[in-house]
Design a protein around this ligand. Structure first.
Ligand code: NAD
Length: 434
């Protein structure tokens, strides 16, 4: 099939590349000329394991084309996927749909033959209806379908190839046949093809993300309780997770949830509900609890190092919201690091996905190129992201100071090991051993 992906971010680029890999002709369009230039020279603008190789393979087979020419891509395609960003409006719970509506208008002006328009972006209930209104001048040409994406950054290729389910929402039964045909290679490998109304599909995406965010927040709050009651949160997670009704995933205590989806989608869902005069009080408290968690964990650094942080050297291992991605959106580090610098601390950070532009303007925030360089003169090492290479560090060997401390927000190490090595070690939701 001939497909056009509008937006070559985490979703458009990965799904476009994977669609090409299962034999489709894919035109990936972005208005960002630098991104397209990079892609045309075989370099992925995002960090996603395995993606570079897949891009090269499918580009050289000419199944995958990168372009800024939307007009041409639209005219050559049967199905057009909208994969642009849907951030929150600044300082509001509401979703900014301007990118979605702008590219819809562009599709309208370029389309001359029948097209299926698919929203892969996460969009509030009723967005498909609004898209239809924008397209009404040529309404016979278009069918608007919702096909939300569930891939996770860091595991995106695997998630695309082996999804638990493919959700497609359409008010027209006929076009579902084309969508099923497109996804047949994945359905044949066991993916469930679930169809519903367009509004239903739009809500499934928000509801799923809000539910997972609730699970994380629940276990994070229990971790606070465990710290006060001398219980290990990991026992609680395991003991609960063994119940098949609960399941063990998204039940590991750690920092506040971040990334490009959960923070904005929980807020987006609340704003959708408010529009319908419904009060999603549970999701509202999840949002609040998650925001509080960032403060709570930052305050704990004072407990570890004392009130006065002037000239204290704090080294961050990982600054992204999760491993195997370069995505910094809503990472806890974006609050923690500027706060600590304001209090006089000197920050260094190492992240396997590289230097972060978000910290470029901060004084006393230095990017280092290795774990050793990052930690050697630390008073405190903060393990923020569970990249594999942080899991077996010999801290005694690489840190020069005698009385350094470790604050492990991912519980990568055991308190017993640290005690044996006489390292002052603090983690999440475990009995205090120092
Ligand atoms: P992103 O910000 O990484 O990428 C969006 C891209 O769209 C950018 O490259 C931008 O330049 C491009 N763009 C915007 N307007 C355009 C236009 N008019 N024409 C051409 N290109 C245009 O966003 P993302 O993380 O890929 O997310 C996209 C959507 O998918 C969002 O709604 C998000 O909620 C959803 N989603 C994201 C993830 C994830 O893990 N990132 C997972 C599932 C769903």
């Amino acid at each position: 099939m001939k497909l056009c992906m509008i937006g070559t971010g985490y979703v458009g680029l990965v799904s476009g590349t994977c669609f090409a890999d299962i034999g489709n002709q894919v035109y990936c369009v972005d208005k960002d000329t630098d991104k397209i230039k990079k892609l045309n020279s075989g370099i992925s603008p995002i960090y996603e394991p395995g993606l570079n190789e897949l891009i090269k393979k499918n580009s050289s087979a000419k199944r995958l084309v990168f372009t800024t020419d939307l007009k041409k891509a639209v005219s050559l395609s049967d199905i057009i996927f909208i994969c642009v960003g849907t951030p929150n409006k600044k300082g509001s719970l509401k979703v900014d749909l301007s990118y979605v509506y702008k590219c819809t208008k562009e599709i309208l002006s370029h389309a001359k033959a029948k097209k299926i328009i698919v929203t892969k972006s996460t969009v509030p209930v009723g967005t498909g209806d609004e898209i239809e209104k924008i397209l009404r001048k040529k309404k016979k040409l278009f069918t608007v379908i919702s096909n939300p994406e569930f891939l996770r950054e860091g595991d995106a290729i695997r998630d695309f190839r082996y999804p638990d389910r493919i959700v497609v929402g359409s008010n027209e039964k006929k076009e579902l046949v084309s969508m099923k045909k497109l996804y047949l290679p994945l359905i044949n490998k066991g993916a469930k093809f679930f169809t519903t109304t367009r509004r239903g599909a739009e809500l499934i995406k928000y509801a799923s993300n809000a539910f997972l965010a609730t699970k994380i927040t629940f276990i994070n709050e229990l971790a606070n309780l465990c710290e006060k009651t001398n219980i290990n949160i990991e026992d609680i997670s395991l003991g609960m997770g063994l119940d098949s009704r609960i399941g063990s995933r998204f039940l590991r205590a750690g920092p506040a949830y971040g990334g490009s989806c959960f923070p904005k989608d929980t807020k987006g869902l609340v704003s959708v509900a408010e529009k319908s005069k419904e009060n999603l009080s549970l999701v509202k408290s999840v949002i609040k609890s998650n925001q509080n968690r960032v403060y709570l964990l930052t305050k704990r650094i004072h407990k570890i190092l004392g009130k006065n942080l002037k000239n204290k050297r704090i080294s961050f291992l990982g600054v992204t919201f999760k491993p195997n991605t370069d995505d910094m959106r809503d990472s806890t580090s974006l609050f923690m690091i500027p706060y600590l610098i304001k209090k006089g601390a000197i920050i260094s950070y190492y992240d396997p996905s590289g230097k972060k532009k978000e910290f470029n303007k901060l004084k006393n925030c230095n990017y280092t190129k290795s774990i050793k360089e990052n930690c050697s003169s630390a008073d405190l090492v903060v393990i923020l992201t569970e990249w594999d290479e942080f899991k077996s560090i010999d801290f005694k060997k690489i840190i020069k100071k005698n009385n350094f401390k470790i604050y492990d927000l991912r519980n990568l190490y055991t308190a017993e090991d640290m005690k044996r090595n006489r390292i002052k070690y603090f983690s999440i939701g475990r009995p205090e051993t120092n």
